[in-house]
Design a protein around this ligand. Structure first.
Ligand SMILES: [Zn+2]
Length: 572
């Protein structure tokens, strides 16, 4: 058992996180529920009750693990946009990718490292020189950087994936950490599939990698197998049996296969983990990762029990969630905690009565705390550029003049179709403008008309313009007006794809609300996603299908080759 005098410099400083109380920064409360614990040094300082006294490092892996969600791949401009939003949100570490996986991943990490200051930028690596060099090179220009190395430790991974004996695993892990330390001060080591690893062996790997120089030790539940109690027991065991563990930050990384990712992560925090790895909206491999917004708000709302804090600006949670949903095309379920549409809706009469009397009757958090705007009617036809700019600022968007001009033009066009413009409408215009404003469209919609009705055959007539200026026109029948539109587009462009998913979601309320159409199609070159915004669902569908066609023309599939490469390498 180790000495916890608190005299050593806590490695948490390596990521440049302000520590409010030096004596507490690297220290852990031994109590699983943080009540009345005595510190292991016997001086009774284990319980930290001052607000914000112990900082939990928020490690966001939306761009790496999150991107591994089927269909969630992002292109470079989108990744940069998400990375900037994460920085503005106040996360401590941004895992931007897996540098060795592909040139695309390397470029993304390099781009984030060069353009996003204010957070530590991290790249994932296997324990090999090639991977670690790729990470170090991609991160070269980052103001603060971290190399994250991993190796699987569980018997099933040892025997069937790596075909390595225990001593070989230790040798490789130690070598990997040493190589990473030679290139970077801040090194994280992950024992992949830790939750299914024998405790004694896990402790040995952890101890040896700490000796080798790892500054953060991540204990991932890679397959989402753990229960809160078993996971907490694993971490407590390591704290008790690993020499030198007080020098490193213990990290949790939980997957949601049993719906327990957030619960397991918090159980880890309760026994002393001081880094949580998570993603926006909980996206990630299979059932996803622990959701960042849920972790952050649980820590904030139940400070009375957890006695820790994060550096996240919670009022940026909702806008960031919306951005990631839009960029990835993965919508957030309505009843999702914290950021779902219904999270703060109190429709039942009895709740409303209670809310009017005293809002805390049914509300444990205020919607404003997570960035939900309660303002209803905002702007309309007579609102000028200045009013739009002010409202955008209040919503957290700082646009360049050229971007503002673009959004203002879209805003004016929307005012012709819609009387009342809500915050969500403005937000949708900004996000769609940013996603689709790359100017690389092969095909553009010029005109569209459809007929449908009981007793008539649905038909569509459509005019498109190609980027060389040529106009094309086509009329088609179909099973319905949308089907007819898609067929007409296929005939003109010569690009034919099989529709896999088609969703329409209203952005705001009212009969003239904007609808967001999201499509997923299968084409011989891959799976593609497209999206569009319109007050007319047929026009929205046409634009979303054109978005897909334009992506096929540019070969931008939803599952990018780099994501496939990452998945094949295996990750934590
Ligand atoms: Zn993971």
């Amino acid at each position: 058992m180790s000495n916890r005098s608190g005299a050593e410099t806590p490695s948490i400083c390596a990521v440049g996180i302000p520590v409010t109380s030096a004596g507490h920064s690297g220290r852990f409360s031994d109590s699983p529920i943080g009540r009345g614990a005595t510190a292991p040094d016997g001086k009774g300082r284990g319980l930290v009750s001052e607000p914000g006294s112990e900082r939990v490092v928020v490690f966001d892996t939306t761009l790496r693990d999150g991107e591994q969600s089927p269909g969630a791949s992002m292109n470079l401009p989108q990744k940069l946009q998400v990375a900037k939003a994460l920085r503005d949100l106040g996360v401590d570490v941004i895992e931007a990718g897996f540098a060795a996986a592909s040139p695309g991943d390397f470029e993304a990490i390099q781009g984030v490292a060069r353009q996003v200051e204010g957070a530590t930028i991290c790249s994932l690596s296997r324990c090999s020189k090639g991977d670690i060099d790729a990470s170090a090179n991609a991160l070269a220009d980052a103001a603060r950087k971290r190399i994250h190395v991993f190796l699987a430790t569980s018997p099933i991974h040892r025997d069937f994936k790596l075909k390595m004996a225990k001593d070989e695993i230790i040798r490789r892990a130690v070598e990997g950490v040493k190589m990473a330390r030679a290139r970077c001060e801040d090194v994280e080591f992950s024992t992949e599939d830790a939750a299914r690893t024998e405790l004694e062996f896990l402790a040995e790997v952890v101890e040896r990698t700490i000796e080798a120089g790892a500054t953060t030790l991540n204990i991932p539940d890679t397959v989402g197998y753990a229960l809160p109690q078993t996971y907490a027991e694993t971490l407590s065991y390591l704290k008790k049996h690993v020499r030198g563990i007080e020098r490193v930050v213990i990290s949790v990384h939980c997957h949601n296969d049993l719906g327990l990712a957030v619960a397991n992560s918090l159980a880890g925090v309760m026994v002393g983990a001081r880094q949580v790895e998570c993603t926006i909206n909980g996206i990630g491999e299979r059932a996803g990762n622990a959701s960042l917004e849920e972790i952050v708000m649980a820590i904030k709302t139940r400070h009375d029990v957890l006695h820790v804090s994060t550096g996240v600006k919670s009022e940026r949670l909702y806008p960031t969630s919306r951005l990631v949903a839009q960029v990835t095309g993965m919508h957030v379920q309505r009843n999702k905690a914290i950021v779902g549409q219904n999270a703060f809706a109190h429709e039942a009469g009895i709740h409303q009565h209670g809310m009017l009397t005293h809002r805390e009757t049914y509300e444990i958090m205020r919607p404003e705390e997570v960035g939900f705007s309660r303002s209803s009617l905002v702007l309309g036809k007579h609102s000028g550029r200045h009013a739009l700019k002010e409202r955008l600022g209040a919503l957290g968007y700082k646009l360049e003049d050229a971007q503002l001009d673009q959004v203002f033009a879209a805003f004016k066009a929307l005012c012709d179709k819609k009387k009342e413009i809500y915050d969500a409408d403005i937000e949708a215009l900004v996000i769609h403008g940013q996603i689709l404003g790359d100017g690389q469209h092969t095909w553009e919609l010029v005109a569209l008309s459809t007929t449908s009705g009981t007793g008539t055959l649905p038909a569509a007539s459509i005019a498109l313009q190609k980027n060389d200026g040529t106009r094309y026109q086509e009329a088609c029948g179909g099973d319905g007006p949308v089907d007819a539109v898609f067929k007409a587009i296929e005939r003109i462009t010569g690009i034919s794809a099989k529709l896999r998913d088609y969703q329409i979601q209203s952005v705001t309320v009212g009969e003239d609300a904007q609808g967001e159409v999201v499509l997923e199609v299968e084409h011989p070159t891959g799976v593609y996603r497209g999206r569009a915004l319109s007050t007319d669902i047929i026009e929205g569908s046409a634009r979303a299908y054109l978005d897909v066609v334009n992506r096929i023309a540019l070969k931008q599939p939803a599952v990018a080759p780099e994501v496939e490469a990452v998945r094949q390498l295996g990750t934590v």
